[in-house]
Design a protein around this ligand. Structure first.
Ligand code: PLP
Length: 389
């Protein structure tokens, strides 16, 4: 047996364990202090009624001989793929059903898609970054090149045509920065990728937070994107499916063999998302489902706005907070990310995520999220005002 030695090249991530350790030490020493967590990267609102009703119904079907379902199609049931197709149509994107693949979430597919690509590909990833893009490529033995996202480009780097790339990761609205590409900017990436015959792996896990017509929900809203992009989407943040697990990946037929290769990969290595979950997911796309998830999304958006407004009042530079549940701020007084983490915990009992944990360009920055309760978010913002306004 020869194990995959590429795993030795992965950097250990101590980000969340270090945060937990520091918070634990602080609360043990200061049991009377109320710590507010604004670093949460998970949703907190429960599944909506339409989803729960659909799942209950599906559970009942599974207990009846006539309606019981065993293995389903690996690429998802037609009823859900049709619902996803209808959702894209709302954004003026026409997809065939066999271009839509139901998944158990974006993370798995972002990793699994690499099965389709030779080891010998040049990978381009923005820094700071959602760590999955980097680690999945390193596991496969690929070298990862970084493109700088920073304050100078509002954390929205644009392609440099002198740089060669085969596989390009674009995440918009972005985790961790919350910044989002407009149509003109995204078109630059599409044109660049087409000119290089490269592929963009477009992560649109946060598209449901978009609030303006200028920001595309799908990369396929951009002309010629179907010849250069695979899109990953998720119901995790859209509809609270982080624990329920369902998403979808679009592989356009314009990408030639990749569409059939992905089908082959999925039918070989994946056995589909549970029927009950797919019925729940289908309900997200109904009128009732859409208006119910909006209530939750608006709740998070209100928190994000409040955080952004407070930072503005305090003169703290930031991006995100609009089109995104994330707010990415420059640490005041030129503090380093971990220095600011300690300062905020000590002086305001607020927990966020140090930007340095997402890449070298994250140093000096800090991520707050809007997934907490409104009351806690508001209290945290009052504490921030006391320190910085
Ligand atoms: N992509 C990004 C940018 C994310 O931040 C996350 C989750 O936090 C995912 C993908 C994973 O989503 P899923 O829950 O669908 O696997």
């Amino acid at each position: 047996m020869k194990r995959n030695k590429n795993y030795d090249n992965l950097e250990q991530s101590y980000l969340f364990s270090t945060i937990a350790k520091k918070v634990n030490e602080y609360t043990t020493k200061n049991p009377d202090k109320k710590v507010i967590r604004l670093g949460i990267g998970d949703v907190t609102k429960p599944l909506c009624k339409a989803v729960i009703d659909a799942m209950h119904k599906a559970v009942d079907e599974m207990g009846i001989q006539e309606t019981f379902r065993g293995y389903g199609p690996e690429q998802g049931y037609d009823f859900l793929r049709t619902a996803v197709q209808g959702y894209y149509k709302k954004h003026n994107v026409d997809l065939d059903l066999d271009e839509i693949f139901i998944s158990d979430g974006a993370k798995s597919d972002l990793g699994n898609i690499l099965d389709l690509f030779d080891k010998d590909n040049t990978v381009l990833v923005p820094d700071p970054v959602y760590p999955v893009y980097v680690d999945t490529n390193k596991m496969a033995g690929r070298v990862v090149n970084f493109i700088n996202a920073n304050g100078g480009n509002d954390f929205l780097p644009l392609p440099d045509r002198s740089v060669k790339a085969d596989i390009i990761y674009v995440c918009s609205p972005n985790n961790p920065t919350g910044s989002a590409y407009n149509r003109v900017q995204l078109k630059e990436w599409v044109d660049y990728a087409n000119s290089m015959q490269a592929i963009i792996l477009f992560d649109s896990a946060y598209e449901c937070f978009i609030e303006s017509e200028d920001i595309p929900h799908s990369i396929y809203e951009i002309k010629n994107a179907k010849t250069c992009a695979i899109e990953f989407c998720s119901l995790s943040k859209t509809a609270g499916f982080t624990g329920t697990r369902c998403g979808y990946t679009v592989v356009p037929k314009e990408l030639g063999k990749l569409n059939k290769m992905w089908l082959r990969r999925q039918t070989t290595k994946f056995n589909g998302v549970p029927y009950i979950v797919q019925r729940g997911a289908e309900a997200v796309f109904t009128e009732e489902g859409q208006s119910e998830i909006d209530v939750n999304l608006n709740y998070y958006k209100k928190n994000a706005k409040l955080i952004s407004q407070t930072l503005k009042e305090c003169g703290i530079w930031h991006v995100g907070g609009k089109h995104s549940p994330y707010i990415w701020l420059k640490c005041p007084n030129d503090m380093k990310s971990w220095e600011f983490f300690d300062y905020l915990l000590e002086n305001a009992q607020i927990v966020g995520t140090p930007g340095a944990g997402f890449g070298k360009n994250g140093e000096g920055y800090f991520r707050l999220t809007s997934f907490g309760s409104y009351e806690n978010t508001a209290e945290a913002m009052e504490r921030i005002k006391k320190l910085f306004a």
